[in-house]
Design a protein around this ligand. Structure first.
Ligand code: G3P
Ligand code: CA
Length: 350
């Protein structure tokens, strides 16, 4: 008789089934390569990440592309293109005024003339070696690459898709969810067994998607008294703190399968910035049948809780593995991180 050793993962890594807790590479392995480049995603897959996380925005001609910000100058060389200088403008998106070049003002052809570059140029100066080597990928280019890597490696790599600024884009006539489901459908990924999860900080787009697809939906939760941009725009006073309460989680369960929580909602920091006992959020969410992913773990001291920093240099790596272990002890289902290698070693010993 085979005795199941419950201290070891039941599934091996060639399985297409999901290991939990999952290690999700945030914007690719963005601790090692410029975020949201194919090289960042490939690096994460090489490291063994279960899923890659990506942010979607949309061009003027309605093509989904991967970028965290609607404004492009922090992660591309758009400012160096004299032919695009006339598109520099000031715009308020989700209550934040920004000056620069906005993705919804560029066609895909214009966007494809840009080169990607490292965002954290001081903290992650080594990553600038990859500046200029790639452009901005479209969503379908990423899906094609993930499909090819999954076949090559004999395991299904998951994709956690975050829709950025859905209400804003809709207000300028660019609806994200229509091209999203069409791109996924073209890649054969709009079905419940696909390793694709749909996420947003906004509630409206998630409710709409929940009625249109059977892919899992995750409500992202920020800290405290901030409000989802779509609700704020509609005059709804609901805050993320409200949504993280047991009553709020019950509301989320109407349309979502899980939450993606800021890590400090699970491991609150004390006045000195140190973590200690977890909050009740994971337990409350699990009681509401919601999975819990946490974002975003980063290995540099400047991002770590005070009691896990190592040495005085803010950009040196501290004990992120300790933060991973504390979150696993709290019962989370997934860790979203810029440094998937550190998380995999801490979670599974490799
Ligand atoms: O996966 C959730 C996380 O990515 C949310 O934060 O700002 O990095 O998109 P952000
Ligand atoms: Ca994101």
């Amino acid at each position: 008789m085979t005795v199941l050793d419950v201290t070891r993962p039941v599934l091996d890594r060639t399985s297409s089934l999901v290991l939990t807790p999952a290690v999700v590479a945030h914007r690719g392995a963005s601790g090692h390569r410029p975020e949201h480049t194919l090289e960042a995603y490939r690096t994460a897959i090489r490291m063994g990440a279960d899923d890659i996380e990506l942010d979607l925005v949309i061009t003027r001609d309605g093509v989904l592309v991967v970028r965290h910000d609607a404004e492009l100058s922090r992660t591309t060389d758009v400012a160096d293109h004299p032919g695009l200088a006339h598109l520099r403008t000031t715009r308020t998106i989700d209550g934040v005024e920004t000056t620069g070049w906005f993705v919804e003002d560029l066609t895909l052809a214009q966007l494809k003339t840009l080169a990607a570059r490292e965002r954290m140029r001081g903290t992650r100066s080594a990553n600038t070696a990859w500046d200029g080597l790639e452009g901005v990928p479209t969503f379908t280019e990423v899906l094609a690459m993930v499909g090819a890597e999954s076949v090559r490696r004999g395991r299904a790599v998951g994709v956690m898709v975050e829709l950025k600024h859905a209400a804003h884009f809709e207000s300028v006539g660019l609806t994200l969810d229509v091209p999203l489901l069409s791109d996924l459908g073209r890649h054969g990924l709009d079905h419940p067994w696909a390793r694709v999860t749909l996420m947003s900080f906004e509630t409206t787009v998630l409710r709409r998607l929940a009625g249109r697809t059977r892919l899992p939906v995750v409500q992202l939760l920020d800290r405290g008294h901030r409000r989802p941009a779509d609700l704020a725009a509609a005059g709804d006073p609901t805050t993320y703190a409200d949504l993280a309460s047991p009553e709020g989680l019950a509301r989320i369960d109407d349309y979502a399968d899980g939450i993606g929580a800021h890590r400090e909602l699970v491991l609150p920091r004390d006045a000195a910035g140190a973590i200690g006992e977890p909050s009740s959020l994971v337990r409350d969410a699990h009681r509401a049948w919601l999975t819990v992913h946490v974002w975003t773990l980063r290995a540099e001291n400047r991002f770590l809780p005070a009691n896990l920093r190592r040495g005085p240099a803010p950009d040196a790596h501290g004990d992120m593995a300790g933060e991973v272990r504390a979150l696993l002890d709290a019962g989370v289902d997934g860790i979203i991180t810029d440094h998937p290698g550190v998380a995999l070693r801490a979670a599974r010993g490799y």
